[in-house]
Write a protein that binds this ligand. Sequence first.
Ligand SMILES: [Zn+2]
Length: 226
Amino acid sequence: MIIALFILFALVLGFLFYASYSIGAGIYIKAFCRMQTDERVVALTFDDGPDPVQTPKVLDVLKEHHVRATFFCIGSKVKGNEAIIQRMVAEGHTLGNHSYAHTWRFPLYSTQRMTADLEQCRRELEEASGQKVVWFRPPFGVTNPTIARVVKRLGYKTMGWNIRTLDTQQPSHEKIISHIHKRLRPGSIILLHDRMPGSEVLLGRILEELKKRKFNVQNDFVISTL
Ligand SMILES: [Zn+2]
């Protein structure tokens, strides 16, 4: 009996962990994790900027390749980097809310505190860009019932991904490319971080690989739902 209860407890815990950490599973929030298409297109998304050193380099590479992306920015990083935010918008990229503080405590916040955090991020981004922000990506991709409630109340659309490059763990670029290679499907949404050193070099490699496999990068589905 005790063993059966223990197994049940472990299963429930396991499910809750899976539900919180698997944005693609859509347990709490129905997030866009892939575009519904058979065409050879992918979307690029960058989290955790703006970074005063790396983000302009990433923007240079995107510009060189005539590619548009979505940047999920951290609200507390906007002050002092307004020119980068303005450049993103001027060059046709989309801005998304990635929370103000981006702390591991975010999923544990009360409804009120979480609302205040997301609204503060939205204010920073909208004041700097003059554009409305409707996309949200939860910090660390973690979701739970509080996040689901707040996001719904504030009217955000949530974007996940179906290819996590694990670029923050800094594996070799070859490893990341082969990881993408294995998971690439029409409509894939690729998660990258513009704050990482060398992110512009990695981006160049990814764009080359996509070209080789005849995949185009597009941001239209993000814009069309604005
Ligand atoms: Zn993040």
